[in-house]
Design a protein around this ligand. Structure first.
Ligand SMILES: NC(=O)c1ccc[n+]([C@@H]2O[C@H](COP(=O)([O-])OP(=O)(O)OC[C@H]3O[C@@H](n4cnc5c(N)ncnc54)[C@H](O)[C@@H]3O)[C@@H](O)[C@H]2O)c1
Length: 252
């Protein structure tokens, strides 16, 4: 590894999920000190990664984490807002509770964590926030209405944060994956009767004939977090195997 994050400190929300865990592993391998902040721990934290139980919807939790980090590190160089949930429903099938819950995690969680991270990030020599959007923030999959709406909101928030905090030396970008092989995708497959046919159909609809692995996304996040990306800000970085480059997609 190139150790391009040596000396940097990082918080990854949703750090125990498929994509978040790959990001934590990669950051640690590149020399960063990493906090994996998640509702629950899925496995032993690898070397260089410390688990912190954390709920992105709780202002108390968020304040507690960053107060502690101010004392421990005095600065924060990298924040990844990867915590997220998906609800597979049309708006008619979605309850108000579910609508508010997905917005609380995917959008308000990104807002709250970023808000309280900012004072520490101002103490960094080169700070980078990476939010999680989705290709579903640009185009819609059937029966993902609330999820699509949250990701569109994260895209708009990303641009606004980049404008406001760029002058303070804080870059803000969003990564917008297509299909990535994580528990979230497995749960999507699990809701279908014929999982193997659906998996093949998902592969076939991609120009690259494959869906992504968490490490593919971690590669991009790692670059955005590093000083090599010092001129990259305010952008929505789609990584989807060419899925959204097509004129027409197969209906899955
Ligand atoms: N997997 C995909 O195909 C895909 C595609 C596009 C975008 N994304 C986005 O990437 C991000 C990561 O997704 P993933 O596939 O790794 O999902 P995942 O389900 O594997 O992981 C999500 C993690 O978020 C955590 N989390 C949920 N609610 C939380 C809360 N209130 N506080 C703290 N942590 C919480 C979960 O415990 C879990 O560890 C999400 O924002 C998701 O919307 C994923």
């Amino acid at each position: 590894m190139a150790d391009i994050l040596t000396g940097k400190t990082a918080v990854v929300t949703g750090g125990e999920g498929g994509i978040g865990a790959a990001i934590c592993r990669r950051f640690a391998a590149e020399g960063a000190q990493v906090i994996s902040a998640d509702l629950g721990q899925n496995s032993d934290a690898p070397e260089g990664v410390e688990f912190q139980r954390y709920d992105v919807t709780s202002e108390e939790n968020v304040q507690f984490l960053f107060q502690n980090l101010m004392e421990k590190w005095g600065k924060l160089d990298i924040l990844v807002n990867a915590a997220g949930i998906e609800i597979e429903r049309t708006i008619e099938e979605t309850t108000l509770y579910e609508w508010n819950r997905i917005f609380a995690i995917n959008v308000t969680g990104t807002f709250l964590t970023s808000k309280y991270a900012l004072p520490l990030m101002r103490n960094s020599e080169g700070a980078s926030i990476i939010n999680f959007g989705s290709y579903d923030g640009f185009i819609a999959d059937p029966s993902l209405a609330a999820y699509c709406a949250t990701k569109g909101a994260v895209h708009a928030l990303t641009r606004a944060m980049a404008c406001d905090h760029g002058p303070e030396g804080i870059r803000v970008n969003a990564v917008c994956p297509g299909f990535v092989d994580t528990p979230m995708l497995q749960s999507f497959f699990g809701s279908s009767g014929d999982i193997d046919s659906l998996k093949q159909a998902v592969r076939d609809v991609h120009p690259t004939r494959t869906y992504g692995q968490p490490e593919d996304i971690a590669n991009l996040v790692n670059w955005l977090a590093s000083d090599e990306a010092r001129y990259a800000s305010g952008q929505l970085w789609v990584m989807d195997g060419g899925l959204t480059a097509q004129v027409q997609q197969m209906r899955l």
